[in-house]
Design a protein around this ligand. Sequence first.
Ligand SMILES: [Zn+2]
Length: 463
Amino acid sequence: MLYTDTTILTMNPRREIITEGALLVRGDRIEAVGKAAELREAHPAEPVTGLGGGITLPGLIDTHVHTAQCMLRGVSEATPPPDFRTWLFGRIFSLQGAYTHSDGLASASLCVLEMLKSGTTGFVECLLAENYGLDGIAQMCLDSGIRAALGNLVMDVSPEDRDEMGWPVEMWQTRQSGIDLTVEGHRRWTDGDHLQIWFGCRSMEPVNNPTLFEEVSSLAAEHDIGITIHLSELPHDNEYARSLGYRSHMAMAHELGLLGPRTVLAHCTVADDADIELLAATGTTVSHCPANNSSSGWGPTRVRDMLAAGVNVTLGCDSTPSNANMDLLRDLRVAAHVARMHDHTRLALSPEEILEMATLNGARALGLGDDLGSLEPGKLADFIVIDTDAPHLQPIWSPAATVVFAAQGSDVDTVVIGGREIVRGGEVLTMDSEAIVADIRDRKPRVEARSGVTGIDPPWPLI
Ligand SMILES: [Zn+2]
């Protein structure tokens, strides 16, 4: 298939932007990228699909997603809980603890649907608990066409600590069952470029036995399994690590074997200079979640310093209780806003750097840097097309700046993953959008009632 009538942000090594461009796709790969007139002449018999003059770029990769929290969209804002612990245990965990496998699947389906519609073609799920049902979610991802690395929950918290903290028992599992499920899930589901099962570690915190991380690190290396974990998230993380004699939370992770090119760390908002050096030296990926960080009132991640040090910094939407949408296209702009406000300069983060984070660096995070992240001959055909006919997208001075600062998820017209058309005319072809939304609307009050969580009322009267 020859895709024509488009401006292509190739993200190739020279970062060429091809006006009046075309992409030749054969099977699941890109065979050629160039000027439409030349490719049409060279391939006169090839069927043609016009892209309406829009901007084509590599599919976006979201490296920090909580699919199970999509059903909890907005739950933090109705009546904000007083602190992080009350938010996590009293509200989020209590609601998620009431999930059945079918609720976990419904929430993940809503999440994947929203991601596909807004131009995300690959993602890292960070914490899939046993009660969400790994198999159902893995199958749904494959059927939808999205590329996924599913972090399956591993933890080692004693029943005594669990009860003392008010950690819902449904959100708790033994160390061995999490490890077995992950290794077994990896064996059954990991298929190379579409689906991977990773270790999704609960945070390194006082109640989580640190020897767990040594075991996970060694199993990950043995079986070539990716690892994802929230790390250096808030000041209390460094305080905990120092109480055990480590220099920092990051240094502790390094000594326990967690850092490396197959690891994605979420947040790293309290990383210092020495931590950034460790990240660069080990080839570890950082998932920067600017909308979550700013919405939660956290400090900003030092993205500019990390990029300057050679760290593979990527972008994540995180979760809908802390960032209302899983629209990574919208969050590209938030990444710029947060960095520029922090550094007091428009030069803090350019649209080009932000696009690199969301495409090339994201591909590297998935372990697919040779196959994804740019539109070049031989790479997998994962691309999205932004319809630029809307008033808020004209005129265009720089296609990269238009994508980062003016576009949003609802401007995505077409999504192709591995040569397969997944979205056309803004509609997801592989999922039943209406049924998924209706199902969530119906489930929400039942999950709320089952959880026993109260006090999520908005401050203004609902009459
Ligand atoms: Zn998170």
